[in-house]
Design a protein around this ligand. Structure first.
Ligand code: FAD
Length: 396
């Protein structure tokens, strides 16, 4: 009976910790082990890209450390521990030389930054990615020591993460250059007129945009980094932030023979993977084949994760439950131009765009005028609730 066997959760991000908490509230007795490769500090990842403006220290973002987490969850929490392999036939994990049996296993290993180029080791102290609290702590440390505390930061990639950090680091007093191969920022969420509005809002604030450009080389110039763009132009920066996308961490599952796709570990609506007693949720999971929608943003955000937490906690405590996702728009944290977007699941027949200045509503519609998704900027973001009600669910 697996309901009394130990439950092991790999990952101490919002998915792993959220699941442990939801299970504990339904079952006070079940032994739970949480294993994570990082410090196990509990924090809210979306806050990382609004924390520079507020000059928050990494420590102030910690809601609970691993010891506190273990106490409130009455769980075993193992930090700085990397799971090396899963042996599904024998229901056990490999951690170095250690063998750890599990009753049921949940993979909540998240997504890792993906970088399309190699970086010379001499540049390692100047090139950053921010995908967790430790990354934030490291960049904060460097910026706090920076002379005058105003750094020139080149951000590569103008997706959600790149744009949010551009706005936030700018608000934190730094000089920002934003470089991306697309014509406009946030091109996977916003049709061109809205993307242009964001680019203009950034430019007015003094953020330099280099669109339709690629970085062809990065050099150590002694005091910083020289970025050579594909048209030959050279930019000088103190630091570079790479925000070129995230990929689900599927390697562990893949090597163990679980079904995976580029969108994540494949699960059914009950978050069950292809291996018995192994489940997956959060950024690492691809639920019921829900691939990246036409807009390009997969379900790697908090609302789907929370719905999955709820459903899986019920399933693992004896009430098999399927997950469903609503029409949940993404709120982009760019105060220079507020943005809300619900990328359509399929390529729309057309976008119906209304508005002026920087206040736009863009409705993605099919041939018959049916709403498939939307994007809103500026004052139009207040249409969020009304439009979300009319849009189809992400996973109905
Ligand atoms: P993660 O937080 O990545 O956790 C993965 C865990 O797995 C970590 O503890 C890691 O140590 C562990 N791990 C990985 N491999 C192993 C291994 N082999 N052994 C042991 N442990 C392992 N979403 C929103 O909805 N709204 C927002 O405004 C928003 N803003 C964001 C801003 C930024 C800058 C970023 C990066 C993301 C943002 N998101 C936002 C997305 C949201 O934060 C993520 O969807 C969510 O945090 C994913 O949580 P997770 O637990 O699945 O993964």
């Amino acid at each position: 009976d697996h309901s009394t066997a130990p439950l092991t959760i790999v990952g101490t991000g919002m998915a792993g910790v959220g699941l442990a908490r939801a299970i504990r509230s339904r079952d006070g007795e079940r032994p739970i082990t949480l294993i994570g490769a990082d410090s196990g500090d509990e924090y809210t990842k979306p806050l990382l890209s609004s924390a520079f403006a507020k000059r928050q220290t990494a420590q102030s973002l910690v809601m609970r450390d691993a010891v506190g987490l273990a106490a409130t969850l009455r769980a075993r929490v193992r930090t700085h521990t990397t799971v090396d392999a899963i042996e599904t036939d024998d229901h056990r994990l490999r951690i170095g030389a250690e063998v750890l049996p599990y009753g049921q296993l949940v993979l909540a290993t998240g997504a890792a930054p993906w970088q399309p180029f190699e970086v010379a080791s001499s540049l390692h102290g100047r090139i950053f990615q921010i995908n967790d609290l430790d990354d934030y702590r490291r960049l904060r440390g460097v910026l706090d020591r920076h002379p005058g505390r105003q750094a020139r930061i080149a951000i590569i990639g103008a997706g959600l993460v790149g744009c949010e950090f551009a706005n936030d680091l700018h608000a934190g007093g730094h000089r920002i250059a934003l470089i991306a191969p697309e014509t406009t920022p946030l091109s996977r969420l916003l049709p061109p007129p809205l993307g242009r509005a964001l680019g203009e809002a950034f430019a007015e604030a003094g953020i330099l945009g280099y669109f339709e450009r690629q970085v062809s080389a990065l050099h150590d110039n002694g005091e910083g980094v020289t970025l050579v763009l594909d048209d030959g132009e050279a930019l000088e920066a103190d630091l570079v932030l790479v925000a070129t996308g995230l990929r689900p961490r599927t390697a562990l599952a893949e090597v163990a023979g679980l079904a995976v796709s580029p969108a994540g570990i494949l699960t059914d609506r009950r978050l069950a993977t292809s291996a018995p007693n192994v489940f997956a949720l959060g950024d690492v999971a691809c639920v019921d084949g829900l691939d990246a929608p036409a807009g390009g943003l997969s379900a790697m955000y908090v609302q789907p994760l929370q719905a999955a937490v709820k459903a899986l906690a019920a399933t693992l405590t004896g009430t098999p439950t399927e997950v469903a996702y609503g029409a949940w728009p993404v709120v982009v944290k760019t105060p220079l131009l507020p943005i809300v977007a619900l990328p359509p699941r399929e390529v729309p027949h057309h976008w119906r765009i209304e508005g002026e200045a920087s206040d736009f509503s863009a409705l993605a519609e099919d041939e018959g005028g049916r709403l498939l998704g939307f994007a809103l900027t500026g004052r139009c973001v207040r249409r969020k609730v009304e439009l979300a009600r009319a849009a189809p669910p992400l996973l109905g």
